[in-house]
Design a protein around this ligand. Structure first.
Ligand SMILES: *Cc1c(COP(=O)(O)O)cnc(C)c1O
Length: 416
């Protein structure tokens, strides 16, 4: 490790603060480091490898496509790109959906922001503004950084323009008041992942939906982290609840708040770089030829990988499995709150959960967990994030609880 650490310090721009571990192989929820030690992965990269490491269906799809054709550019047709779009539209249940493929979450959101701007400008040249939430995370490009609700991330690069308004993540009235005639989009996550695994209240989703309808803006769901089963539903927006319909039968299943645009990335190709922006209705018609493009986006290899991911999720019923395992994970974490030092509360949805601590030692707990060969991360000074792959079983959850309990005891002993 020391050798790679010192070579990296000389060779790479120092944008990452890394843990002193190099992983060289993985299998399901297990990772192996350069010394051969095995770690239980309850983070999945950053909520990326939902199918676990080295999934054979993805590996085979990538290898077969890499031997056939890797790249032609978007000057020509790619049937795999169309097939992937059709499959994603089916998971959304949107008959009029249209997709644009990019290479990352930030690029998917960048595409959504450009789409919203065109959609706005078709109504009024000044309709280019965006409302987003404090504590949100939408990416690191300049535009997606501007919508990210984190002053500390803005500060080194300010000014980022004055086209974004941030409102508290749990205040529907503030959101409604912030949306005006110049608003082109409201951007929401169902659960703020990087922002500390905070569930955005249904009332905020409802306020966003009605405010967007009031001014002709697009409601954009950033599902980069929450999409594709992570919350125990295909999409985070499907876990939201609109007001029960006044017209429907009283015992009807409550309907979710439906966005106009969703963005995807992280889990879509189980670790290969891909992003997608999917729009329905008028929004889907807002961008024309030449108005947006990417060299690599929607290339054959990543599309083949993403199709293998969707096949596997559907064939193995992994969305339902994520819901079941999520409940189990939350209950094991709650048991830690009852029995372990430092543990104060649990929050999250499905397989995106945080253990909230009673003091700001999440970084220390994360490091102690790593020494106990458990991979989790620190998303807030007092919150440890868990986002395991969907292929874990009950024994893995128990093993996680044992290791995390030991890490909490370690830190409690060290900090007195
Ligand atoms: C990770 C993330 C992004 C950015 O994705 P990148 O692939 O890192 O650009 C955007 N939005 C959300 C909600 C994310 O979790």
């Amino acid at each position: 490790m020391t050798s790679v650490q010192s070579r990296e310090a000389a060779a790479l721009i120092g944008t990452y603060r890394r843990f002193p571990v190099e992983f060289v192989a993985g299998q399901g929820p297990w990772l192996t480091d350069a010394d051969g030690a095995r770690y239980l992965d309850f983070l999945s990269g950053l909520a990326v490898t939902s199918l676990g490491h080295a999934h054979p269906a993805v590996a085979d799809a990538v290898a077969a496509q890499a031997r056939r054709l890797v790249h032609t550019s978007n000057l020509y047709y790619t049937e795999l790109q169309v097939r992937l779009a059709e499959r994603l539209h089916a998971t959304l249940g949107w008959v009029d959906a249209k997709a644009f493929f990019a290479n990352s979450g930030a690029e998917a959101n960048e595409a959504a922001l450009k789409l919203a701007r065109r959609h706005g400008k078709h109504q009024d040249p000044d309709k280019v503004e965006v409302v987003a939430l404090s504590g949100s995370f939408h990416g690191r490009t300049l535009a997606t950084l501007a919508v990210t609700g984190s002053p500390a991330k803005h500060e080194p690069f300010a000014p980022l323009g004055d086209w974004v308004t941030h409102v508290p993540y749990d205040d529907p009235d503030a959101l409604d008041a912030a949306v005006g005639e110049r608003t082109s989009a409201v951007l929401l996550e169902a659960v703020q992942g990087e922002g500390g695994v905070r569930v955005v209240p249904d009332a905020v989703w409802r306020a966003a939906r009605s405010a967007c309808d009031r001014v002709g803006a697009l409601l954009v769901a950033d599902e980069v982290q929450t999409g594709l089963g992570r919350l125990g539903a295909w999409y985070g927006w499907q876990t939201t609840r609109a007001e029960a319909s006044a017209h429907g039968p009283p015992d009807a299943e409550p309907l979710p708040v439906v966005p106009d645009v969703v963005t995807l990335a992280k889990a879509l190709a189980n670790g290969l770089p891909i992003g997608a922006m999917i729009a329905r209705g008028d929004g889907a018609k807002a961008l024309g030829p030449g108005e947006h493009a990417t060299t690599f986006g929607g290339g054959p290899v990543v599309c083949a990988a993403a199709l293998a991911v969707l096949d596997t999720i559907e064939r193995e019923g992994l969305v339902a499995r994520a819901a079941t395992l999520g409940a189990l994970l939350a209950s094991r974490l709650s048991a830690l709150v009852d029995t372990a030092p430092l543990a104060a509360a649990v929050r999250g949805r499905g397989l995106l959960q945080a253990l909230v601590l009673d003091r700001p030692v999440a970084a220390e707990v994360t490091a102690a967990a790593l020494r106990r060969r458990l991979v989790v991360n620190c998303v807030a000074p007092d919150a440890v994030r868990l986002a395991p792959p969907f292929v874990i079983d009950e024994a893995d959850v128990d093993e996680m609880a044992t290791r995390l309990g030991a890490a909490l005891a370690d830190v409690s002993r060290e900090t007195g």
